[in-house]
Design a protein around this ligand. Structure first.
Ligand code: FES
Ligand code: MG
Length: 594
């Protein structure tokens, strides 16, 4: 460790050891003594380390952090620090209504205020369940005190009658079995519960495994930290190491802005493609980047990530689960394979342990090539996203690698242009409207149709709903039509086989082009040119826009809570990270203020 700062530079000294103001020092100090901390722990020059605690009874995915934090504390104390556990607003993906996404910015906001306003020199970020990871990294970005993330780890593999059952994905399977009469309601429950056999977060490559892997890809976790399953002994051991390391990071003055550079984000986009990461990743990464003042947008995701091959064979896109990912080497093996193939753009960026990506992972390779493929033998050649634009929206993301062969054959093999299709728009205003109308024969939905979902973006359905991947009407399903093209201003959960165009920005409720689309319009989507347009004459569109304005804009449902209202007033677009729009003017605030 090369010490860059001394005791007198510790931020916490302003509270606990301020020679200019002994009275305030006494006042700040006395209440932290009242539960047993000693003056020695607070005043002798030990860094005060916050542990941002996202675990609670309300947050089962992250609850095991309550146990792991004991090892983090041991590490902090062993390295000469003092720890203070900091509660974080809970975000449980499967428990929060209407959506946990709404709470990402709330947890961000409150953690910024906490890290900034209290005597903390560094922080351990207890990440895990989907939105906890971006919320904590965003807060660390804004405050910019030394920070290291610690995953709670995925659950053990789920099993049912000899087959792996993965979080989330098993629910779709269970629905089919229930519909076919092969299981009853209790069987349904048993099957679904089998996918959650232990503490930890979702064991599939959903948003949680994606974001925890990307926290390591960014350099914000110790190498190898993301994939260790929650109950493994290594999880406790890396918790201890993480606690030790944050104390050194304080002395080295190694801050989020030193680690999460533009180069680190470019690496992370590549790694996201290689792991088959979630379409929620661009929203979260663009948000973290904005809070650091690092330029990053959806064009970068296409330019840097689209051609990167898929290496990780995890459900729902593949076969395996979290334990297999760990046994195959986790993120370091993926990064090592990418470096070996010359695909990682910046192997020399610094990471939380003070070493570079190449130092940490350059020699690592897959330890099970069924689960993590080498780049020479990938699962898919192009696993990233494309970024579409047109008169329907400025930006929307599509994961082209999930388009099935049968869908390609049906919609994309037009002899004139193999990657473009036209269709008739069927427009739904929110998920309730979809459920009402999708099976109504008078809608005349056929294979020529493109399904549109609007009113499902950050403002329209506060936080954005995961509803864009819509099923075809049941009468088409019975005919064997498994998917229709879907477009929308909401999000999509996990990886779905449906070829959806997601996160359309600006959303209808923000005056985006989708608001002007009418049922029956012809639309054209061109995956080569990355365009999506309604084929409506300009004068007609101008007339619709006038009418839309005159009628007071998009008719979104009422807010149900104060936060929903404030969120909608301040929130920005998905493609720009869905952050609170004026929050990114506050950067590096631990150094620039106080
Ligand atoms: Fe929490 Fe999936 S629901 S990680
Ligand atoms: Mg989700």
């Amino acid at each position: 460790m090369s010490k860059k700062i001394g005791i007198e530079d510790l931020r916490s000294r302003k509270w606990f050891m301020n020679p200019d103001n002994p009275e305030m020092t006494a006042l700040y100090l006395e209440r932290y003594l009242n539960y047993g901390l000693t003056r020695e722990e607070l005043q002798s020059g030990k860094p005060i380390i916050g542990i941002a605690q996202t675990g609670s009874d309300l947050s089962p995915c992250n609850r095991h952090h309550l146990e792991l934090t004991k090892r983090v504390r041991d590490g902090i104390i062993a390295a000469g620090g003092t720890c203070i556990e900091v509660p974080v607003h809970p975000i449980q993906e499967t428990g929060k209504r209407p959506t946990a996404m709404l709470d990402r910015n709330l947890a961000y906001l409150s953690l910024v205020e906490t890290l900034f306003g209290y005597p903390l020199d560094g922080v351990v970020l207890n990440i895990g369940c989907d939105k906890t990871t971006p919320a904590l990294l965003m807060a660390a970005a804004t405050v910019n005190i030394p920070a290291v993330a610690l995953s709670v780890g995925p659950m053990l593999n789920g099993w049912f009658r000899g087959e792996r059952t993965g979080s989330g994905t098993i629910v779709w399977k269970a629905r089919e079995l229930l519909a076919a009469g092969e299981i009853d309601d209790d069987g349904f429950m048993e099957l679904v519960a089998s996918s959650a056999p232990s503490v930890g977060y979702c064991n599939t490559m959903g948003t949680a495994t994606t974001m925890n892997s990307l926290a390591e890809a960014l350099g914000m976790q110790l190498p190898g930290s993301a994939a260790i399953p929650a109950p493994y002994r290594e999880r406790g051991q890396i918790s201890y190491e993480t606690g030790r390391r944050i104390v050194d990071m304080v002395w080295e003055d190694l801050r989020p802005s030193d680690i999460m550079t533009r180069e680190a984000f470019e690496n992370t986009i590549v790694i996201n493609s290689a792991i088959g990461g979630s379409t929620n990743a661009p929203i979260h990464l663009n948000a973290i980047a904005r809070h650091l003042g690092v330029p990053l947008d959806n064009n970068d995701w296409q330019a840097i990530g689209h051609d990167v091959p898929l290496l990780v064979n995890l459900q729902p896109a593949g076969e395996y689960l979290g334990e297999d990912y760990q046994h195959a080497g986790g993120v370091p093996a993926v990064v090592g394979e990418l470096i070996a193939a010359g695909l990682l753009p910046y192997p020399d960026v610094i990471t939380a342990n003070g070493k570079t990506m190449a130092d940490n992972c350059g020699d690592r390779r897959s330890e099970d090539t069924k689960v993590i493929k080498p780049a020479s033998d990938p699962l898919k050649p192009q696993a990233g996203f494309i970024n579409l634009t047109g008169n329907l929206f400025d930006s929307a993301i599509m994961k082209t690698s999930v388009i099935s062969d049968s869908f390609r054959a049906k919609y994309l093999s037009n002899p004139d242009d193999v990657n473009a299709f036209e269709g008739r728009a069927v427009v739904f205003d929110g998920p309730e409207d979809f459920h009402h109308r999708i099976d109504d024969p008078s809608e005349n939905i056929d294979e020529d149709c493109v399904l549109f979902m609007r009113g499902a973006g950050p403002k329209g359905y506060p936080g954005g709903a995961e509803v864009v991947n819509m099923r075809p009407p049941s009468y088409l399903l019975k005919k064997g039509v498994e998917a229709l093209p879907c477009v929308g201003d909401g999000r999509q959960s996990g990886t779905s086989g449906s070829p959806s165009i997601l996160n359309a920005s600006p959303e209808a409720a923000d005056g985006g082009g989708l608001a002007l689309l009418q049922n029956g319009d012809r639309v054209r989507i061109d995956l080569n040119k990355c365009t999506a347009d309604m084929l409506v004459p300009l004068e007609e569109l101008a007339e619709r826009a006038r009418k839309f304005e005159a009628e007071g804009g998009y008719d979104a449902p009422e807010s149900q809570s104060p936060w929903q209202q404030y969120f909608r007033e301040k929130v920005g677009r998905f493609d720009q990270g869905m952050i609170l729009e004026d929050a990114d003017k506050y950067q590096d605030i631990a150094r620039t203020s106080m």
